[in-house]
Structure formats: structure tokens, C-alpha cells
Design a protein around this ligand. Structure first.
Ligand code: M6R
Length: 614
């Protein structure tokens, strides 16, 4: 939620900031703004409702000079998206400008206190409180900016990544974080700030990922200094970040989402590289090797996640229970964090998150850690908060995912969960050698099979055109394909705004069948597995109610072809690996329906890629 960029150095700041905002626009896109310390010594703030392109139009005739600035793209929490609520916000003296990602929980109390002292607020945001508070402390106590920020942040409760400019000190930016991500890029005589590495990587690969309660003091011609609220110096690692620009650009595709769908075969090869050895009949996950005593014999495993990652968790449960005979529960992180779970040091928590920044998942991890559980993270964003909060984990290595609707991260998560379940099952002796060997070999073939499947893109596009009329969709699947149905429905609703529900196929008779008529298309995952005949009966029941059926079937299936209105064939694979293939046509179906309806696929309304607030 919200993207933050900052620059201090020798270049013109504005182009760096705007380019950075565009790279971070996936985090929020309802309004955008920039603050610059211009050559004439002014603090100029420009902000507008809409996207970064709207900001560019707005400032086209304005003074954007200067080599220091901060910029923000917003996902509204407090106050509607408009130019007043857009960031940066200015302190009451007009000297300080702030940008903020997060939520200040005690803002109402602080606002009241500041208003009682005569300070006027211009916006409805929680953010404005911080900048006035810093200014108030600085004036009343006659402190420098850093000390004022330190004092103010001791009063503030909530989540924040902030950056502050001072009109009277053009050689400094102060930045701080708690529970919202912030990265400092270190170049030659220049510094960059970003919510992640993407706005920085074009200029430097040297980065410092700030930890909670770190304050970065960025000063011209000085080394980066990181301190805490009491001004104690904090050692900071400068990491070399391995990210290339092609990974964060569209590469000829009309949307990031389509690029990411098509990247999946390569992503899964990257995910499995060095981990699967088909000839050696072996899976190596360093997290397991290093943590055998925690992972081989837990009392149970609890998977915590949100959204698509939660769907991957549902598949993970089936894989782990099937191969390892360990009981697994799958919890929404947002519910888990406020429950009073019975957990102890024999439990393992698997936290799944693409962004590694999801506030609810982080909070669930902290709760489980306090209760003594061992925490295993499955994340994509390297260096993000969740991998740093967990005891161990495995990255999915699918590269930056920018489209708001998750695609390649889902298949990457399922691939890591499959490898994890296989490796644990082997160690525990709960999976037969034959089955282990067969699944490893089939898993290694999945990227090639995905490539075959992706060739059906044009057919799926044709199918999608038929269904743009629909207001409701039902998605059905069973066993391993039940979470695929949930995920297919989520994809469709996120980007096309068509209401869609996923159900286990057999549940249809317990309620949803009442909705089925000729107006309601039903997508059924009906591959040839142990429940195939039962799913065929479901299709017949649907057809008897005149609904159109889109069926995802195994290659060469003539039975379902005779029943369904549209059919998409999947290459044969092991039943437990079917989600890796079956999810792809559902991603494409959602994508093409949304495009046909003229929707903004990469930046759907009300959503943000990284949900760093509750
Ligand atoms: O970054 P995370 O995996 O923790 O994000 C969880 C959800 O917010 C995310 O999967 C969301 O549901 C996506 N928009 C789904 O496409």
C-alpha cells in the first residue's frame, strides 16, 4: 500500500522520483505527489488525484528543479482520494514535507491534542498528524529535525515508512520505518529511498533494508547513518541486490499480468533450480537441512497467509498431509492473529506471502513466535519483512510480481510447497520411493507442459469473449483442484469486477445450485482423477439447469467435451501437480474477460499489491 521514493544527490531529483513512482505504482494508484527543494531554495509540493501520469501532466508547466525530493503514490486509508489528502503533507509552518506508508492508529488522539494547541489540519489523513507533531516538538523544544522525529515517533502508534524534507536544510532527508518497508540505495555521492528496490535498481545495486524502528539519516557528502529512537547507532548491512530492469518492465506485453502468466514456465525452472535433482532422485531445501530438529517431526503444521497465498496454503495442506502424514491447519492470517491459538514449541508455522510485507501475516508470525512455534517463511520479495521475521524459509524465486492479481507467485508457492512436502515425506519415510521418484520426475516436466498449455491462449481469448455478459460466475473443483477453483474465482473478481465464487464441486448441492440458471456460467475443473466420475455428475446437474459450462479437462477427454460448452485441455500429470497446470487457463480466462470488458488489469480498483495495513 502506498509507494515511497526519495532522492538526494547530484542529479535532477524529479525525473528519478517520477520514474520511481511508476515502478511503485502497483502499491497504490489513487493519487500521487512530489515535494522538491528547488534551486531557488523553495519547498515545492505538487499533488493530484489519479495516477502518476496525471501528476506528470499537472506539473508539466511547473518548477521541478532541485536535486533533493520525496514522492508518493497513494492507496487511500484515511480520507478519500483527492489532491488534498494526497501526500506529501506540509507542516503548519510550511517548512517540513512528509510522505508516509502505513496507518497511525492513535492519530485521532494526537490530532485533537494538536488542534487544541491551535494547529489547523488541511487533510483528513492520519499522516498529517506526524508532520505537525514533529514541527511542534521541534519549535517548542528547540530541537534539530532528527531529535524531533525521534521524540515524535515515540508518541506515534501504528505502522509507518516515512521520509521528511526540511526547507531549511536542503542537504538532508530523514527516513524511518516500523512495520512498513523502506530501502535506502547508496550510489556515488547520492542516496535513493524506495518502498522496495525497484525504483533504485536502475542507479545502484547497493541497498540497506531498514529494520523496524530504524531511522536513516541521509546527508549530502556523508555516509549513511542509521540510529534508533534514542540516537544509538545501528549497524546496517549494505546488500548487493540482484535484480535486473527487464524483470520490472513489461517486455512487450500489454500488461504485467499477461507477462507474468507467460513467464511461469521459466519462473518454475528458477524456483526448482539447484533444489531438484531428477537423476539423483533428490530434493535439497537448505531450510530443511539446517533445521531438521524442528521440521522433521512437528506435532502439527499451521499455514498462515492471505488471499492467493492462502489458496496455495490449502494445496500445501493436502500435499503435506498426503506425503508426510503431519496434521496441517490453514488459517487466514487476519483471523489467526486475533485468535488465541493453542500453539507450543512443537508446532511449525508456515507463513506464505508473495510480497513478504502483508501486515496480517507478519502479525500472525509474531504471535506464533511468542508462543514458541518454529516459523518457516515462503516468500517471493527478497529481503522483505517476513523472511526477516521467520526462523527459516525458502524463497520462491519467481522474480518481481507487479500485476496486482497474483499469478506466477501462486504457482511458485505451490512448487515450493510440493518440494517441501516431498523432502519432508522422504526424511520421515511417509512417502514410498516409487511415488517420490515419480512425482519428482513429473514436477520437473511441469514447465514444459505449462508452455504447451500457454499455446492455447488464443482459444481461451475466444472463449472469454462469450462470457463478458455475465454478472456472476461459479467455479467448482475437488480435492487438489478445489483451491484452484477458489483461486480462479478470486482472479476473475479482482480484475473484471464480476462476482465469482469458488466451491468444492460436491458442495454445489448444498446451496449454490439455487443460483444456477442460463445467466450463470460455471467453470468446472474436471480432470481425470479419482473424483472424475463425481464431477461429471455435477456437470450434468449444471447442464440440466441450462447454465453454460467451461470445463478444464485432461488431454483427450471426449466425455466432458460432449457435455460442456467450452473445453480447455490440460497435459496429463500427477493428480497432486494438477493445480500447477489447471490454474493457468483460469488466470488467462480472467485476464481476457477483464481486457474484453476494458478494465485496468494491472491496477484494479481499490486493490494494492502489498497490503501493509490491516
Ligand atoms: O503478498 P501476499 O502474498 O502476502 O499477499 C496476499 C494477498 O493480498 C494477495 O494474494 C491478494 O489476494 C492478491 N491480489 C491476489 O491476486
Amino acid at each position: 500500500m502506498c509507494g515511497i521514493v526519495g532522492y538526494l544527490g547530484k542529479r535532477a531529483a524529479y525525473p528519478v522520483l517520477v520514474k520511481g513512482l511508476k515502478r511503485l505504482e502497483y502499491r497504490g494508484y489513487d493519487s500521487a505527489g512530489v515535494a522538491l527543494l528547488t534551486e531557488s531554495g523553495d519547498l515545492k509540493v505538487y499533488k493530484t488525484k489519479g495516477k502518476v501520469a496525471d501528476l506528470e501532466n499537472y506539473v508539466s508547466d511547473k518548477d521541478v528543479s532541485g536535486c533533493v525530493g520525496i514522492a508518493h503514490t497513494r492507496w487511500a486509508t484515511h480520507g478519500e482520494p483527492n489532491s488534498t489528502n494526497a501526500h506529501p503533507h506540509i507542516s503548519y509552518s510550511g517548512n517540513l514535507a512528509i510522505i508516509h506508508n502505513g496507518i497511525i492508529e492513535n492519530y485521532a488522539v494526537l490530532k485533537k491534542q494538536l488542534q487544541e494547541k491551535g494547529i489547523e489540519f488541511k487533510s483528513n489523513t492520519d499522516t498529517e498528524v506526524i508532520v505537525h507533531l514533529i514541527e511542534y516538538i521541534r519549535t517548542k523544544k528547540n530541537l534539530d529535525l532528527l531529535s524531533s522525529v525521534q521524540l515524535a515517533l515515540r508518541t506515534v502508534i501504528g505502522a509507518y515508512a516515512i521520509a521528511i524534507l526540511d526547507k531549511n536544510d536542503p542537504d538532508q532527508i530523514i527516513a524511518a520505518r516500523k512495520s512498513s518497508p523502506l530501502v535506502v540505495g547508496i550510489g556515488e555521492d547520492e542516496f535513493f529511498l524506495g518502498s522496495d528496490a525497484s525504483p533504485i535498481i536502475e542507479y545502484t545495486d547497493k541497498m540497506v533494508y531498514l529494520d523496524d524502528k530504524d531511522i536513516a539519516v541521509i546527508r549530502r557528502n556523508e555516509e549513511l547513518e542509521v540510529v534508533d529512537f534514542k540516537n544509538t547507532k545501528i549497524d546496517h548491512d549494505v546488500q548487493k541486490v540482484d535484480l535486473n530492469l527487464a524483470q520490472i518492465e513489461k517486455g512487450g506485453f500489454p500488461h504485467f499480468m499477461l507477462k507474468e502468466i507467460f513467464e511461469q514456465p521459466d519462473c518454475l525452472l528458477d524456483c526448482m533450480r539447484g533444489r531438484i535433482n531428477v537423476e539423483g532422485n533428490n530434493i535439497t531445501l537448505s531450510a530443511i537441512i539446517d533445521n531438521r530438529k524442528h521440521l522433521i517431526n512437528p506435532r502439527r503444521i499451521i499455514i498462515v497467509a492471505c488471499g492467493t497465498s492462502w489458496h496455495a496454503g490449502l494445496i500445501g495442506k493436502q500435499l503435506i498431509e498426503d506425503f508426510c502424514q503431519i496434521p496441517v491447519e490453514v488459517e487466514y492470517a487476519s483471523e489467526f492473529r486475533y485468535s488465541n491459538p493453542v500453539i507450543n514449541n512443537q508446532d511449525v508455522i508456515i507463513a506464505i506471502s508473495q510480497s513478504g510485507e502483508t501486515a496480517d501475516t507478519l502479525a500472525a508470525i509474531e504471535l506464533a513466535k511468542k508462543k514458541g512455534a518454529f516459523i518457516y517463511g515462503i516468500c517471493n520479495a527478497i529481503g522483505s519483512s517476513i523472511p526477516r521475521a521467520t526462523h527459516t524459509g525458502s524463497y520462491i524465486h519467481v522474480g518481481p510480481e507487479i500485476g496486482v492479481a497474483s499469478t506466477k507467485a501462486f504457482t511458485g508457492q505451490v512448487t515450493v510447497l510440493t518440494m517441501l512436502a516431498l523432502a519432508l515425506g522422504k526424511e520421515r519415510g511417509t512417502i514410498s520411493n516409487d511415488r517420490y521418484t515419480k512425482i519428482i520426475s513429473e514436477l520437473s516436466l511441469i514447465p514444459e507442459k505449462m508452455k504447451e498449455l500457454l499455446k492455447q491462449g488464443e482459444e481461451i481469448k475466444d472463449i472469454s469473449r462469450i462470457f463478458t455478459y455475465a454478472h456472476n460466475f461459479l467455479y467448482l473443483g475437488r480435492g487438489y483442484n478445489y483451491p484452484v477453483a477458489l483461486e480462479g474465482a478470486l482472479k476473475l473478481k479482482e480484475i473484471s469486477y464480476i462476482h465469482a465464487e469458488g466451491y468444492p464441486a460436491a458442495e454445489m448441492k448444498h446451496g449454490p445450485i439455487a443460483l444456477i440458471d442460463e445467466e450463470m456460467p460455471v467453470v468446472v475443473v474436471a480432470t481425470k482423477n479419482v473424483l472424475y466420475e463425481k464431477v461429471i455428475s455435477n456437470i450434468q446437474e449444471i447442464k440440466a439447469r441450462q447454465a453454460r459450462v467451461i470445463a478444464i479437462v485432461s488431454e483427450g477427454d471426449d466425455t466432458v467435451r460432449k457435455l460442456a460448452d467450452s473445453v480447455i485441455e490440460l497435459p496429463q500429470t500427477e493428480e497432486c501437480l494438477e493445480p500447477l497446470l489447471a490454474s493457468i487457463p483460469l488466470q488467462m480466462l480472467a485476464y481476457y474477460i477483464a481486457v474484453a470488458k476494458g478494465k485496468d488489469v494491472d491496477q484494479p480498483r481499490n486493490l494494492a499489491k502489498s497490503v501493509t495495513v490491516e
